[in-house]
Design a protein around this ligand. Structure first.
Ligand SMILES: [Zn+2]
Length: 253
C-alpha cells in the first residue's frame, strides 16, 4: 500500500529532532503519561507547517472540546484531515501546545503552509510541538508512530524493530540500546512501546520500537530478553527504514 511521506512540520532552519527520552509509546521510564505522539522542541513562536495537503477540522483551545486524554491537555490545537487516505481510511495529524493559529476550521492547506506557532499551552513543560498521527478515526486512542511517516532528513534513515521474548510477547518498558559499529560507547537508548491502549504498531512494519533520523552508517542494537543479551548488527541507509527483529534465542543466547 502506497504511503506518501509527510513533510517535516518545521522549516529546514528550525530544530528537527523529537525529544529522545519521550518518543512515541514511551512513558519516560514511568514518569509521564504514555506518549501518543512525538515532541519537537523549538522556540516559542516558531512556525509549524502543514505536513501534507488536507483540511483543518479543528483549530481551538481544547478547554471545551475533548481531543486528548483530558480537557486542557493539548491547549491550542489544530487537527488536519489529510487528503491522502491509507488502506482506504482517513489520516489525521494533530498539532498540540500552540501559541497562535494561522488557520481556521474548513481551510484547505498545502504541505508547508504555516498552521500556527509553537507554544506551551495545555500541559507542556517548555515550548514544543506535540505531533500526533491518527489513523482510521480522529481519536487519541487511534494513533500510530508519526516518525514512520515523516520524510527523513537528508543523509539519515530510520531504525524500526521488534523486541520479543521466547513466547513472542512484546516487552513494554524494556529498552533497546544502540551503538555505532565503530564505538563501544552507548549512543542511544530507545524505549519499547508501552502496551497501554492507544499505542499501536504501524500497519506495515509491526514494530515496537523506532529510532528515526539516524545518520547513515553501521550500528549494533542490543537488548536484554529473558535475562540474556541479544544483539544485531545493522546498516542504516539514507532515506530508508531498516527493520530489525530482536528475540530471545535467535543468536543462541
Ligand atoms: Zn507530546
Amino acid at each position: 500500500v502506497q504511503r506518501d511521506w509527510l513533510a517535516r512540520p518545521f522549516a529546514p532552519d528550525a530544530q528537527q529532532w523529537a525529544v529522545p527520552t519521550y518518543l512515541y509509546g514511551s512513558t519516560a521510564n514511568g514518569q509521564l503519561r504514555v506518549h501518543h505522539g512525538v515532541d519537537i522542541p523549538n522556540p516559542q513562536g516558531t512556525e509549524v507547517l502543514a505536513v501534507a495537503p488536507g483540511t483543518v477540522i479543528f483549530a481551538a483551545d481544547d478547554a471545551a472540546t475533548l481531543v486528548g486524554p483530558s480537557l486542557d491537555f493539548f491547549g491550542l490545537a489544530v487537527i488536519l484531515e489529510l487528503d491522502q487516505r491509507y488502506h482506504d481510511q482517513p489520516l489525521y495529524v494533530l498539532y498540540g501546545h500552540l501559541s497562535a493559529f494561522r488557520v481556521r476550521v474548513g481551510d484547505h492547506v498545502d504541505a508547508g503552509q504555516p498552521m500556527g506557532e509553537v507554544g506551551m499551552t495545555g500541559i507542556a513543560m517548555g515550548p514544543h510541538l506535540h505531533l500526533e498521527l491518527r489513523f482510521g478515526e480522529n481519536s487519541y486512542q487511534s494513533t500510530r508512530n508519526p516518525e514512520l511517516w515523516l520524510q527523513m532528513l537528508p543523509g539519515h534513515g530510520t531504525i524500526a524493530g521488534r523486541l520479543v521474548n521466547a513466547e513472542g510477547r512484546t516487552l513494554p518498558g524494556a529498552s533497546v540500546l544502540v551503538y555505532r559499529a565503530d564505538s563501544p560507547e552507548l549512543w542511544r537508548v530507545v524505549p519499547v512501546y508501552s502496551d497501554e491502549a492507544g499505542i499501536q504498531p504501524d500497519d506495515e512494519w509491526g514494530e515496537n520500537f523506532v529510532l528515526a533520523d539516524v545518520p547513515a552508517g553501521a550500528y549494533r542494537v542490543t537488548a536484554r530478553v529473558d535475562g540474556r543479551v541479544v544483539s544485531q548488527p545493522l546498516t542504516v541507509e539514507a532515506g530508508r527504514t531498516t527493520f530489525v527483529t530482536l528475540l530471545s534465542g535467535l543468536d543462541g543466547g
